[in-house]
Design a protein around this ligand. Structure first.
Ligand code: AMP
Length: 553
């Protein structure tokens, strides 16, 4: 069994390495030595989780709580806060303070905790809730921190914050598993997406070796297949092998059912079952099969005018946790199914789209399927596009008839066709306090795309346009949760909040690190449903720059 200190020393070493293969080599050696009951949790902890990936970090330990714990250990808070402010990295500040003041010096290098001990402690902390929970958490954490080495204290602080910064991403662990079990990277990615959690996958490989027997687990979400952006309408038409469906602007629903139990997960694998009792009822009334996994879009609906309502409406359902009966009436929704993934014990992802669609038709009873047409005629497809836009949808998704379902993959067998220059999903990395009416809001926002080769977030534009005052107010509240540092009027944030951004043109520019700038950028909407992992890449910006194609409708 490995000790938490072993893990802390490993992570410290990894943090200083930028060479990918060396990182994989060192991590592989460590993971290879783990025992069966520690492999899953070690991978979880390395990635900053204490549950399967799709479960939110529920530790609820704020920076304030950690600081209170440290205060109780007689740590000089002035020094700590100076270091923290300077670097924006609380965990690193804790490490330096532990070293500088020999905190717990008698316990250093003692290897008191095994990895599994710390994991168990964290699970206990997670289970504390209610009135006294903050106080109990402080006592608990004090008991742990009191026995830690500087490096362990750093690692624990990072896990508590759910912000790892050691340079180990999902892709790194995928590479490690691919190397350890001699399985292609593509296959590892595929099964990671299907099983939905890397720790679980690693444990499975440890026990079984044969990856091909892995199947979907009911009530554990898989990562959904995603669509690529169409460069123009012709791409789907010329290929003559696509069906066109309405692209609704709602919430993607992954619906798992076994007997009378149902769970609904979003595209980001959040369990939203409790927000949609009306959809649960609808499924129970219509689906007679014992076990099934369906996919569709849940859309807020204006029944009077028979049109869909924008994403903002349906997102209110998810935010509301009480009085659901009332909100069912206030924000009525419809479900439009578009895929079937699993039926009565059989995984259907290796059947082609057309076969899956026929199976879906045969089990759906009175449930709705997304409106679609199959046509080889460009004019007809464009008319269908306009029909979709007219009922306030985003456009169309074209799907290749003979394509398999590829979990977690963005693939050209699904093509999004939208009406204007493609918006970019960017992440907010900084901002400035506004002026006048907006002086209490962060309104000038610094937006970044991800560099696929380094994983870094590079700034591409600055904008204060697009949102209402109310939205700026809400955004400011959210952003302040992620503040790293503040320098006069300028603030920097952890890259967390994603915004869909529209613009008139992409230009080359020396002004920003990305090498590009967006002309007349404005925010189209805040995408709380997306994470920094989902944003557009600099490589994508480069492609768009080269093409700068508008859809000719
Ligand atoms: P985007 O969020 O722009 O990448 O578009 C992909 C999203 O469109 C999916 O995750 C679904 O939530 C949504 N969507 C709407 N209609 C459909 C459809 N007919 N088929 C697949 N996805 C759809």
């Amino acid at each position: 069994m490995k000790y938490f200190l072993d893990l802390a020393q490993l992570m410290e070493k990894i943090e200083k390495i930028s060479e990918k293969n060396l990182k994989i080599d060192i991590l592989s050696r460590f993971i290879r030595e783990l025992e069966v009951n520690e492999i899953k949790i070690t991978i979880w902890l390395i990635l900053g989780n204490i549950n399967e990936e799709w479960v939110d970090n529920n530790l609820n330990v704020s920076v304030g709580t950690i600081i209170k714990v440290l205060k109780n250990l007689n740590i000089d808070l002035k020094d700590l806060s100076f270091l923290y402010k300077e670097s924006g990295d609380l965990a690193e500040a804790v490490k330096i303070i532990f070293e500088r003041y020999n905190i717990n010096k008698n316990n250093w290098f003692k290897r008191k905790y095994k990895i599994i001990d710390i994991y168990n402690e964290l699970k206990k902390i997670e289970s504390l809730n209610g009135e006294e929970s903050r106080h109990k958490k402080i006592l608990y954490l004090e008991g742990i921190y009191k026995n830690l080495d500087p490096l362990e204290a750093k690692l624990l602080t990072r896990i508590l914050q759910g912000d790892m910064r050691y340079g180990v991403l999902d892709g790194t662990i995928e590479d490690v598993l691919s190397y350890l079990y001699n399985i292609s990277d593509d296959k590892i990615k595929h099964f990671h997406a299907l099983i939905g959690d890397l720790g679980t996958l690693a444990e499975y490989l440890y026990k079984n070796k044969d990856i091909n027997n892995i199947s979907l687990r009911l009530f554990h979400p898989y990562k959904p297949m995603l669509a690529e952006k169409a460069e123009n309408f012709k791409e789907a038409i010329d290929n003559q092998n696509y069906i066109f469906e309405f692209k609704f602007d709602g919430i993607r629903a992954q619906i798992h059912k076994e007997k009378d139990k149902i769970k609904i997960f979003t595209r980001r694998l959040k369990d939203v079952t409790n927000s949609f009792p009306d959809i649960v009822k609808l499924i129970l009334e219509n689906i007679k099969n014992d076990s099934i996994v369906l996919e569709g879009e849940i859309v807020a609906w204006d029944f009077k005018n028979n049109i869909s309502l924008p994403f903002q409406e349906i997102s209110k359902r998810i935010k509301r946790e009480y009085n659901i009966d009332q909100i069912i009436k206030d924000i009525p929704v419809r479900l439009f199914l578009f895929d079937i993934i699993y039926l009565d014990g059989e995984l259907l992802i290796n059947k082609d789209f057309l076969t899956r669609r026929k199976i879906l038709e045969s089990v759906k009873n009175n449930l709705d399927i997304v409106p679609y047409i199959y046509t080889k005629n460009e004019e007809e497809a464009k008319e269908f596009f306009i029909k979709s836009i007219n009922i306030k949808n985003e456009g169309l998704i074209a799907k290749k008839l003979n394509s398999l379902y590829l979990p977690g993959k963005r693939d050209r067998s699904w093509l999004k066709i939208k009406g204007h220059l493609e918006p970019l999903d960017l992440v907010i990395i900084g901002g400035e306090w506004g002026h006048g009416r907006r002086k209490n809001f962060i309104s000038d926002l610094y937006l970044a795309a991800r560099d696929d080769t380094t994983g870094k977030f590079l700034m591409i534009t600055k904008t204060f346009k697009g949102l209402s005052d109310k939205e700026y107010e809400q955004l400011t509240k959210e952003l302040l949760k992620y503040k790293i540092k503040e320098n006069g009027r300028i603030l920097y944030f952890k890259p967390k909040i994603v915004v869909e951004t529209i613009y008139d043109e992409i230009q080359r520019s020396q002004k920003y690190k990305s090498g590009y700038a967006l002309r007349f950028a404005r925010i189209n909407k805040i995408r709380f449903d997306k994470s920094e992992k989902d944003i557009d890449t600099i490589q994508r910006v480069e492609e768009l720059y080269k093409k700068q194609l508008k859809l000719e409708l």
